[in-house]
Design a protein around this ligand. Structure first.
Ligand code: FAD
Ligand code: SIN
Length: 536
């Protein structure tokens, strides 16, 4: 087994991981090389597929203010968003955009090419969202940051390399990480391990997330003893088109509704106005539940998005990729409605962390979608995620500059033994098991939940987990399945424990919202105790 030393190790090459690496490399207080590890190719991430854009409260925009953005973020978060975090992030947004531009990101401009083109999305009370390439904001930012990272001599990149375990010392401090690449394991010593591993949409049958979104960071942190927060809150995006063959859901950005598209039920009627005064532009939890109600709980393909009132040339220019995807499905956007399905999109919960990335475990940091900093509460405001990735990464790099990052090479004989002498194989058909888990979670822990269904799901998932005879897996896909099982348990137990409906968590058996919103916390021991009680 190879052993390495790095000042900092960042796991994940989405916008949060890339930005953290760049900002650390520029921090004169941090010596030594940085390692960026990513399980696929460097550009593959949720970030790459972001469409609508990134929130920016720009001083030149007289219709907007920090106060207004914070108010919208708090309203969306349904009582669980931290005012301090929302304010800090909003105040940092203009600088974040300047920084991205310096890294080479090109945001779209208005027709006169003078001002930034700013768009509107659900639950925003002002136009404040910058975009790139029309509807390819994620690709625009990710590509520019990847280029910078590749040019940076201080950053070493390991692609196709999967983090399997965090290494702790006797005092519970994180001291390193185990990596898996091409059937070989290695150990990296570092006193700052950053989990920038993104979301968990792949746990659900219908999702906008790419294949990499399998909750790995959540599971790594949980297994190491970190505290999770608000895992019950999953955001289901109202509008995606599902590809029958690949099962992937291609997102139809909320910005399309921001530019005038409307939802229609199968009778062709407008309906969103019946559920909220903001109609099609209410927050995502409300619009998704409106679709669910309108279709008697069978939301897939029974609802349509009508873009026919948007001028076709404008549609093509403003949303080139969405227009192309619809046309490839044979739709004529001047007269056809787009059949849409809601899909799992974003995890509001994650590893409990400060905005600076500090977690409950010394030496372990987290940033981006994997982290739960208090910004999103029970329901994320559209386009706040990319902003949180960038602001959080910057703050984390500053924080690490204040820390003693001396590497401590603790004994790892047991770990080497465990990985090199393992003879037990998990005889699991991974694609079949993944598909079964996704179906269970979609049907029983999706848009509308109740105790009976969630307990059934938990029992099914516990049974699936019991098929793992060893923690050492043969492939990345098998490790992902193990992580998806653990994260599903975390979601289900958190959702069972929250006996109310709030934001992205709706329970038909507890439809009311309790007067005092409380954060929820979960550790591996809580999961163990719950499962023990259930299976006793
Ligand atoms: P990601 O970008 O998901 O990156 C995670 C990285 O970690 C990947 O490189 C992955 O390969 C790696 N990784 C994971 N596990 C391991 C492991 N075990 N070992 C090694 N590497 C690992 N938000 C907005 O604000 N605006 C938008 O317009 C917007 N549009 C969206 C559209 C779509 C289709 C989707 C899916 C999301 C959208 N979001 C949007 C949400 C936003 O894109 C994500 O929340 C954000 O990009 C997450 O960034 P991240 O860096 O935290 O994680
Ligand atoms: C979208 O473009 O609708 C996605 C925006 C987001 O998830 O923030």
């Amino acid at each position: 087994m190879k052993l390495y030393n790095y000042s900092t190790v960042i796991i994940g090459s989405g916008i949060s991981g890339l930005y953290t690496a760049l900002k650390i490399s520029e921090n004169p207080k941090i010596q030594g090389d940085i390692l960026l590890v990513t399980k696929s190719s460097i550009g593959e991430s949720n970030s790459r597929y972001a469409q609508g854009g990134i929130v920016a409260v720009l001083p030149t925009n007289t219709d907007d203010s920090i106060e207004l953005h914070v108010k919208d973020t708090l309203r969306s978060g349904a009582g669980l968003t931290s005012f301090e975090v929302a304010t800090e992030i909003s105040k940092s947004s203009a600088e974040a955009i300047d920084n991205l531009i310096q890294y080479g990101v090109k945001f779209d401009k208005d027709d006169d090419n003078k001002n930034f083109s700013i768009t509107l999305e659900g639950a925003h009370s002002a136009r404040r969202i910058l975009h790139s390439g029309g509807d390819a904001t994620g690709r625009g930012i990710e590509t520019a940051l990847v280029e910078r990272v590749k040019q940076n001599k201080k950053i070493k990149v390991f692609e196709n390399t999967f983090a399997t375990e965090l290494i702790k010392d006797n005092e519970n401090k994180i001291r390193g990480v185990v990596l898996f690449n091409n059937n070989e394991y290695s150990i990296v010593y570092s006193s700052a391990i950053v989990l920038a591993t993104g979301g968990l949409g792949q746990i659900f049958e219908y999702t906008t997330n790419p294949k990499i979104a399998t909750a790995d960071g959540i599971s790594l942190a949980l297994e190491a003893g970190a505290i999770l927060q608000n895992m019950e809150f999953i955001q289901f995006h109202p509008t995606s088109i599902s590809d029958e063959k690949s099962g992937h859901c291609f997102l139809i950005s909320e910005a399309v509704r921001g530019e005038g598209a409307k939802l229609r039920n199968k009778k062709g009627e407008l309906f969103a106005h019946k559920y909220d005064e903001r109609a099609d532009l209410a927050s995502r939890d409300i619009v998704t539940r409106a679709i669910f109600t309108e279709t008697n709980g069978n939301p897939s393909f029974n609802v349509f998005l009508d873009t026919t009132k948007i001028d076709y040339q404008k549609m093509k220019k403003r949303f080139p990729n969405i227009t192309k995807a619809c046309e490839e499905k044979g739709l004529d956007l001047t007269k056809d409605y787009i059949p849409i399905t809601p899909a799992a999109h974003y995890s509001m919960g994650g590893i409990k962390a400060a905005l600076s990335g500090v977690t409950s475990l010394e030496g372990l940091y987290t940033v981006g979608e994997t982290a739960c900093t208090g910004l999103h509460g029970a329901n994320r405001l559209a386009s706040n995620s990319l902003l949180e990735c960038v602001v959080g990464a910057h703050k984390l790099a500053e924080y690490l500059g204040t820390q003693d990052l001396t590497i401590k090479e603790i004994p790892v004989g047991d770990i080497i033994q465990k990985y090199t002498n393992n003879s037990i194989k998990n005889n699991i058909d991974v694609p079949t098991a993944k598909a079964a888990l996704k179906r269970i979670m979609w049907l029983k822990a999706g848009i509308c939940r109740n105790e009976k269904l969630m307990l059934e799901a938990l029992n099914d998932i516990i049974e699936m987990g019991s098929r793992f005879k060893s923690d050492i897996c043969s492939t990345i896909e098998e490790y992902e399945l193990k992580n998806m099982i653990l994260a599903s348990k975390a979601i289900l137990i958190s959702a069972l424990n929250r006996k109310e409906s709030r934001g992205g968590h709706y329970r038909s058996d507890y439809p009311e919202t309790l007067p005092d919103g409380e954060q929820s916390y979960l550790t591996q021991k809580d999961i163990f105790d719950y499962v023990k009680l259930l299976t006793a």
